[in-house]
Design a protein around this ligand. Structure first.
Ligand SMILES: [Zn+2]
Length: 173
């Protein structure tokens, strides 16, 4: 399981393959797979790391399930890193430095998109029925960065699992 350090000086970029695996598990667990042709039956193609439709053979990456990143070339592990570092309070220029990323505009853009999506999410949240099953229910009316900061402040843990981030990416919180 991927664990991300709350302390930015201890932050390590997770492996892309681990990100794909964790997202894949959540997509399967929550029955999110649906092909454009209407089929919900798939194979997991291990060599390509994508879902493939059993009816029409169309392939679908795990990234395509995440609205915010499905049109972007940036890898999932970098999206996750940007979101996490943003949530623990790093500015875009600091995030660029930590990730040793070439382009400031890319990082700024992703932080901006995350903030926009967060606003939209909170607005939608007001009208959504309460999900009784969710373990994060008491905090679910907070923005993702507030939820992460809450975890950081009140848990004795040094690391956070990515569950909250994946759920946010997949819009299942
Ligand atoms: Zn299909």
């Amino acid at each position: 399981m991927i664990k991300l350090a709350f302390n930015e000086s201890k932050f390590i970029i997770p492996q892309e393959l681990d990100c794909i695996n964790e997202l894949k598990e959540l997509i399967i667990k929550n029955n999110l797979y649906l092909c454009n042709c209407g089929s919900t039956n798939y194979y997991w193609k291990n060599d390509k790391q994508v879902f493939e439709c059993k009816s029409c053979n169309k392939r679908k990456s795990v990234k395509s399930f995440c609205n915010i990143m499905h049109n972007s070339n940036l890898k999932i592990n970098l999206w996750l890193s940007v979101l996490h570092l943003h949530c623990i309070g790093c500015t875009p220029s600091k995030i660029k430095k930590i990730l040793n990323h070439k382009k400031y505009s890319t990082i700024w853009d992703k932080v901006f998109l995350a903030k926009q999506a967060e606003k939209k999410y909170l607005k939608n949240r007001q009208y959504r029925p309460k999900d009784i099953d969710s373990q994060i229910q008491p905090l679910s009316n907070l923005s993702i960065s507030k939820q992460v900061q809450f975890e950081q402040a009140f848990s004795s843990k040094k690391y956070i699992s990515c569950d909250l981030y994946w759920r946010w990416f997949l819009q299942i919180i």
